[in-house]
Structure formats: structure tokens, C-alpha cells
Design a protein around this ligand. Structure first.
Ligand SMILES: Cc1ncc(COP(=O)(O)O)c(C=O)c1O
Length: 446
């Protein structure tokens, strides 16, 4: 039988075929959390139940869901231009979006290399760091430094500089020549802090230890999330990032901020770099650039790095790197419309203004049985739950399930930590609703 005449529905539409990423598949398929549509602050389940979005999808949907201006921009782009080659050719909206993003970035971070995911952005930044050291005649700088408890996606570059055991141990040795700074969390010194903790700036000096071990002439770049998100929301200690910048400058080491989560207003400024008054050499971004509507990511690069590549014969490619879907027209249209929404509704400023109320509401759960620590910064909060001795992660997993199925609330978990990061359009009443529901769920799973 030819493919054309074969009956279409020979395979039942069940839950078997899809291997769900970063998900315990057997548990999920017993009681799937399926979402069929969304609007503004809410998701809707298959049976039409509204679920308040406590995590902007996965830190992405900063403008809220299915916003008309963004939806319309994607629709009209799909009708106008589907896809031009991304290499040797381009389209006007790619340049427009790059200019708009560069205008939001601090200092001379004024060139943008587009990718499709945070993982690709991280690999791109690491590759640019190595290549830049080659073109500036410092080819011995081949080491990359990450940080414990860092998350930089799942490419081999990202898992190598990342500091999460489970993401590394099954995948061989990954990249060689990588080392890690110590992480910045200390519960004894920092528990229940709103914003950046007072204690811990000195931990940046760990970079001096690595320089003493490897020599600066072998180190290309350091990559850190200004606020570590995926391992439980770790705001940087006051002064830490400035100190890291100073040590990088002292040794000629590039500093990369991974702002896949913190970019586009999450901490009340376009990028966390601005909140902390530190200009890194590169910024990776993703998620919020299109408010999660179409996959897109990129790397912001300082002028001096870009310029260093712009030499040699003009017909020769300067950087042998790129993706088929770099600056895809649908993503660019979505990105431009998203930046318009952020600007017109002043959503970054809104996040800054709500920060105090958000932090107070989160801290109201201090004293709830089983709560070990609460951290907040911008419109982000994390609540550490005491682990069950025989089943680490079970308490948070149960809380996520109950929140979704029984309380109409969606949030993210990591280990036994609940992480919250709502769309920036959230109202004060909805902030109250989130923490009210979270409190109920925590008491339920205790
Ligand atoms: C800081 C950071 N970097 C990189 C990534 C990877 O992004 P993606 O899942 O789009 O590859 C993430 C994802 O959450 C992230 O938080």
C-alpha cells in the first residue's frame, strides 16, 4: 500500500510515543498535566479549568499569554515571508530586532547573534569567547569557567560549564578544560533574605584561586547567571558581580552573563546587568525575547569583540557559526511585537514596582511547617521545603501536582524547591492568590 492510500489513523493518539523532556514520564502519564489554551495570566486544561500561571510558563511568557499584538504579528508574518536562507541572505526584521535588543542592553553590548534556544545561545557565547581569543592572538586561553549550581542548558557546552550533577553524570566527560567557581548560597548566613543577601561577595575571589591554579593565560571566559534560576533562585550577594567583573578585568578574562531567565524585565530592568551596574562582555538571552511565543534566543556581544572579527578579506566568513533558523522571520516578528508590548505597558518598570509586595507576600509563608528558606528578587521567589528523608524531591513534586489538579495553580519545582516567576502583568490580587494557594499546598504535603 502506498503512503498516499494508507489510512491515516493507524496509530492511536495515546500518551505512549512522546518522551516528555525533563519529566518523570511514568508518573506524568498516570495523571497528565495537559494544557490546551491560555490567555493573559491563565492556562486552561482539557476540561476547561482555569489555572493561574505562577511561572510564566518556564520563565518565558513575561507579557502574559496569547497577547493580541503578538499573535497578530506572528499571523501576518506567516502570510508574508515564511523563511529566507539564514546564511548569506537575511530579512529586514532580523536587523530591526537586533537593533531594538541592543538598545535595551547596557554599555557597548551592541551586536546580536541570533539562535533558537538558551542552550544554543550558551554554546554560541562559549564559542565566540574561544574564537575571540584566537583572533586577538591569545589562543592559549582555552579554559572555560562556570559555577556550581549553574544551569546553562543542555548542550555539551552548557552541561560542561553548568554545575548540576544530574545533568552531567550520565553524559561522559563533556568538554575538557572546564572548572567551576563555588556557588553563592549559604542558608545559615542568608536564610529568608529579600533581594540580594549581604553575605557572600568574597566568594567571587574563588576566581583568583582558579587563576592561581590554571594561570590566567589559559582562561578564556567565565559564565554565570546573575541570579541562578534553575537550581532554586540564588540572587547574587551584594557586591559579588562587581567583584567578579574586577577580577576578570585584572586577568583579561571575558565575563558572560547568562540572562536566559533574567533578561526582559524579570528583575525590574531590561537585563540584570543593569540592576547590578555591571557590564559583562556577552549576555545570552532567550525565553522573554518573544514572551515564549516562538523559539528564539541570542547573544549580545560588546563592540570590541565584534570588531575584532571584522578583518581579513571582505568576502570571507568571519565566524564559522550559525543555525538554519537563526533570526527566523516568525521569531523576529514575535520579538518586535513583544518588545512593543513591554515598552507600551512599561512591564519592566511594573516588575520593579511590584517587587516589594511580591517579596512581602512570599515571606508571609515563613513559619509554615516544612519551609526551610524563602528567597525573592524582582518577580521571582523560591521556597525550600524540607525533604522527605527517603524521597528527596517528592514533597515538591506532590505540591506541584496538587497545585495544578486541586488548586488551579501552576509553578515550577527543582529538587524540593518551589520556584515562582509569574508573567509581569500579574495584579496585586493575583500575587495574593498565588501565595495563598502555595501556603495551602505546602500544608497539604507536609
Ligand atoms: C540560565 C539558563 N541558561 C540556559 C537555559 C537553556 O535554555 P533552553 O532550554 O532554551 O535551551 C536555561 C533554561 O531554563 C536557563 O535558565
Amino acid at each position: 500500500m502506498s503512503l498516499a492510500t494508507r489510512p491515516a489513523a493507524t496509530v492511536p493518539n495515546d500518551l505512549a510515543a512522546f518522551w516528555v523532556p525533563f519529566t518523570p514520564n511514568r508518573a506524568f502519564k498516570k495523571a497528565p498535566r495537559l494544557i490546551t489554551r491560555a490567555k493573559d495570566m491563565h492556562y486552561y486544561t482539557v476540561d476547561g479549568k482555569a489555572v493561574l500561571d505562577g511561572s510564566a510558563g518556564m520563565w518565558c511568557c513575561n507579557a502574559g499569554h496569547n497577547r493580541s499584538p503578538i499573535v497578530e504579528a506572528i499571523k501576518s508574518q506567516a502570510e508574508e515571508l515564511d523563511y529566507p536562507p539564514a546564511f548569506q541572505f537575511s530579512h529586514p526584521k532580523a536587523f530591526e530586532l537586533a537593533t531594538r535588543i541592543a538598545a535595551l542592553a547596557p554599555g557597548d553590548l551592541d551586536h546580536v547573534f541570533f539562535c533558537n534556544s538558551g542552550s544554543e545561545a550558551v554554546d554560541t557565547a562559549l564559542k565566540v569567547a574561544l574564537a575571540y581569543n584566537n583572533v586577538r592572538g591569545e589562543a592559549s586561553r582555552v579554559r572555560l569557567i562556570g559555577r556550581e549550581r549553574g544551569y546553562h542548558g543542555v548542550g555539551f557546552g552548557g552541561i560542561s560549564v553548568g554545575g548540576i550533577l544530574a545533568n552531567r553524570k550520565m553524559f561522559g566527560t563533556a568538554l575538557g578544560g572546564v572548572d567551576h567557581l563555588s556557588h553563592t548560597y549559604n542558608r545559615e548566613k542568608q536564610a529568608f533574605t529579600k533581594g540580594e543577601p549581604e553575605w557572600g561577595a568574597h566568594l567571587a575571589d574563588d576566581l583568583d584561586r582558579l587563576v592561581a591554579l590554571h594561570d590566567a593565560s589559559t582562561i578564556a571566559a567565565v559564565i554565570v547567571e546573575p541570579m541562578a534560576g534553575s537550581t532554586g533562585v540564588l540572587p547574587p550577594p551584594k557586591g559579588y558581580l562587581e567583584r567578579l567583573r574586577a577580577i576578570c578585568d585584572k586577568h583579561g578574562i571575558l565575563l558572560i552573563f547568562d540572562e536566559v531567565i533574567t533578561g526582559f524585565g524579570r528583575l525590574g530592568t531590561p537585563f540584570a546587568a543593569e540592576r547590578y551596574g555591571v557590564v559583562p562582555d556577552m549576555i545570552t538571552f532567550a525565553k522573554g525575547v518573544t514572551s515564549g511565543t516562538v523559539p528564539m534566543a541570542g547573544v549580545l556581544v560588546r563592540k570590541g569583540i565584534y570588531d575584532a572579527f571584522m578583518r581579513g578579506p571582505e568576502h570571507v566568513i568571519e565566524l564559522f557559526h550559525g543555525y538554519t533558523y537563526s533570526a527566523h522571520p516568525l521569531a523576529c516578528a514575535a520579538g518586535i511585537a513583544t518588545l512593543d508590548v513591554y515598552r507600551d505597558e512599561k512591564l519592566f518598570e511594573r516588575a520593579g514596582k511590584l517587587e516589594g509586595k511580591w517579596a512581602d507576600a512570599a515571606m508571609s509563608l515563613k513559619g509554615t511547617p516544612g519551609v526551610l528558606d524563602i528567597r525573592t528578587v524582582g518577580l521571582v521567589a523560591a521556597i525550600d521545603l524540607a525533604s522527605k528523608p527517603d524521597a528527596v524531591g517528592k514533597r515538591a513534586y506532590d505540591s506541584m501536582e496538587k497545585a495544578f489538579h486541586e488548586h488551579g495553580l501552576l509553578f515550577r519545582i527543582t529538587g524540593d524547591t518551589i520556584a515562582l516567576s509569574p508573567p509581569l502583568i500579574i495584579s496585586e490580587e493575583e500575587i495574593g492568590e498565588i501565595f495563598d494557594k502555595v501556603g495551602k499546598v505546602i500544608r497539604q504535603v507536609n
